[in-house]
Ligand binder design. Structure first.
Ligand SMILES: [Zn+2]
Length: 193
């Protein structure tokens, strides 16, 4: 996966795709079932190429009263902090994909607790599945995708150095939800029983 250093451009429009990936014949853009929603059609091999959104798995990984952030070594957001995340490949289970990403990017073994939320970016063609997970160990070994990985206490989160607005928003919502449910373990909190 790390063999090439191509700046990966993953965004594209339907009209950018000119040829059928099955047989190489030119596509035509035409309505199939729904008027006004043209699809990529190959008349040579009778294939309709329905474009799926990219699926990203992401996790708020905690270890005790701390949360994992990774300092990105690649654009976008190079040099800034983000949650553990990765693209799900076709044929891959999202849960397995997240565990694989954790292993590859941090060396951590994680336990996935539940889905925290779903972020949708229709214009970019991306859906983010954001999970809550706990790390089973805290020794972080990053790969080429990150400069550094660290477990931050909730009080010391680097809000001004987050790679993406969605990261900031997601962590904010997580903190609000846990505080309201008195479920967020703060190092300084006495707890309410
Ligand atoms: Zn074809």
């Amino acid at each position: 996966m790390e063999a090439t250093s191509v700046a990966y451009q993953w965004q594209y429009d339907k009209a950018d795709l000119k040829y059928c990936p099955r047989c190489g014949a030119p596509f035509t853009l035409e309505d199939v079932d729904i008027p006004g929603q043209p699809q990529l059609v190959c008349h040579a091999c009778k294939f309709v190429f329905y474009l799926d959104p990219k699926l990203v798995v992401m996790a708020i990984v905690t270890f005790g009263p701390r949360v994992l952030l990774l300092k990105r070594a690649k654009e976008p957001g190079k040099g800034k902090w983000a949650l553990l995340a990765g693209f799900v490949e076709r044929g891959e289970d999202p849960f397995a994909a997240l565990k694989r990403e954790a292993q590859e990017e941090t060396g951590l073994e994680i336990k996935i607790e539940k889905v925290f939320k779903v972020n949708s970016f229709p214009d970019a063609g991306m859906v983010q599945l954001i999970f809550e997970a706990t790390a089973l160990n805290r020794q972080i070994v990053t790969n080429a995708e990150s400069y550094e990985g660290r477990f931050f206490s909730w009080e010391e989160l680097p809000w001004a150095e987050m790679a993406f607005e969605a990261t900031r928003q997601t962590l904010h919502e997580f903190i609000m939800e846990k505080r309201n449910g008195a479920g967020l373990i703060l190092e300084s909190s006495g707890g309410r029983g």
